[in-house]
Design a protein around this ligand. Structure first.
Ligand SMILES: Cc1cc2nc3c(=O)[nH]c(=O)nc-3n(C[C@H](O)[C@H](O)[C@H](O)COP(=O)(O)OP(=O)(O)OC[C@H]3O[C@@H](n4cnc5c(N)ncnc54)[C@H](O)[C@@H]3O)c2cc1C
Ligand code: FES
Length: 346
């Protein structure tokens, strides 16, 4: 027996098979519920249950506290329906999702952009048309079945001139996949990926001014958003805040400066949290999410797109809505949760 799930206020409906989590069923049927880690760790898929019953699989209390659960909030990635459901999720639109494909890809180029950031270009099969929204991510399927998510750093239209996708991968020493990227991986290697995934993409039906917030390689999908805005000739005001510990962590600083010269509506605020005297840094310092709070007294008429370290994304989500009046549904984010985050909080 399957269960019917309706999402308000859009009224979009889909069904879940027995034992199937709400999010898995939504992705399978092309319904764009918001999500990030798909693993109970980031809280991006949290939404209000208006009617019905679910059972939650394992998840972290920072993603969904007992108090939130008591108020009727659920994590769709690990909530399994026990009855028909009505959910509230204002980010769900009528827009149809692109088909999710599994495909082999070839490593076309590996280029170190800083001591711990690799730019990886993947060549897609010539027979496949891979469609995605700027901001979405793909997952590598590793030999043991484990998966690792990386955001596309190029907007879809760039495939016309140079087919393939660009990723920015930060080395996490001891990490199953990134140790390989920074060790044995070489050009022409074949890997398996699946995608596109994710609800982090540009909402082009809005004309609200935009704050882009990136920490470290959280810049990857933000770069795709900037390319998309430029390609579409958008005139929306955009302010990019990009944070790193040291100036060299802003590994495409010059690329951004070149875009600001071409896009009069784009303002760039680089922020460094741990500048050393030898860096000669004279720009903004401190935490990148705090720089936005310092500059904006009111975010009630904005959209915010935030990506990167989970702590930055969560601090921004909480503070912008509580202290600056940002509507919760105008905060779009991908928190780059890793195994370390999942186990630290487990
Ligand atoms: C939606 C999404 C998009 C993402 N996009 C990007 C991107 O564009 N660029 C990017 O750089 N990253 C991105 N990430 C993060 C990426 O998916 C990986 O989590 C990250 O690269 C680490 O992968 P890994 O296999 O090297 O490390 P893992 O094997 O996952 O390990 C990560 C770290 O945790 C430690 N660790 C492993 N197991 C444990 C344990 N049991 N207990 C404690 N510590 C442990 C490891 O030593 C290592 O330091 C994204 C994540 C998500 C969810
Ligand atoms: S907690 Fe559900 S997607 Fe991260």
């Amino acid at each position: 027996m399957s269960f019917n799930i309706t999402v308000q206020p859009s009224g979009r409906a889909f069904t879940a098979n027995p034992e199937e989590a709400v999010l898995a069923a939504a992705i399978r049927q092309g319904v764009g519920l918001p999500y990030g880690c798909k693993d109970g760790a980031c809280g991006s898929c949290k939404c209000k249950k208006l009617e019905g019953e679910v059972v939650h699989g394992e998840h972290q209390s920072k993603a969904l506290s007992a108090e939130e659960a008591a108020q009727g909030f659920i994590l769709t990635c690990c909530a399994v329906p026990q009855t028909d459901l009505v959910l509230e999720s204002r980010q769900v639109t009528d827009e149809s999702a692109f088909p999710i494909k599994k495909m082999p890809v070839r490593v076309a180029a590996l280029e170190k952009k800083s001591a711990d950031v690799m730019q990886l270009r993947l060549q897609l099969p010539a027979t496949e048309t891979f469609r995605y929204h700027a901001g979405q991510y793909i997952e590598f399927i590793l030999r043991d079945g484990a998966r690792r998510a990386y955001s596309m750093a190029n907007a879809p239209h760039t495939q016309a001139e140079a087919p393939g996708v660009e990723l920015h991968i930060r080395h996490m020493p001891g990490g199953k996949f990134t140790d390989h990227v920074f060790g044995a991986m070489k050009e022409k290697d074949i890997l398996r990926v699946e995608g596109p995934f994710g609800s982090f993409y540009l909402r082009e039906d809005s004309d609200k001014p935009i704050v882009l917030l990136a920490s470290g390689t959280g810049f990857a999908p933000i770069k795709a958003l900037i390319e998309q805005l430029q390609f579409k000739g958008s005139t929306r005001a955009v302010t990019l805040y990009w944070g790193g510990r040291r100036p060299q962590d802003l590994y495409l600083h010059d690329w951004v400066l070149a875009r600001t010269a071409e896009m009069p509506q784009l303002r760039y605020v680089p922020v460094v949290s741990d500048a050393q005297p030898e860096d000669g840094w004279s720009g903004r310092t401190g935490f990148v999410h705090q720089a936005v709070l310092d500059d904006f007294a009111d975010l009630s008429g904005h959209q915010v797109y935030a990506c990167g370290a989970p702590i930055v994304v969560e601090s921004a989500r909480t503070a912008y809505s509580a202290q600056r009046g940002l509507p919760a549904e105008e905060f779009y984010a991908d928190a780059f949760t890793s195994e370390a985050d999942k186990h630290a909080a487990a």
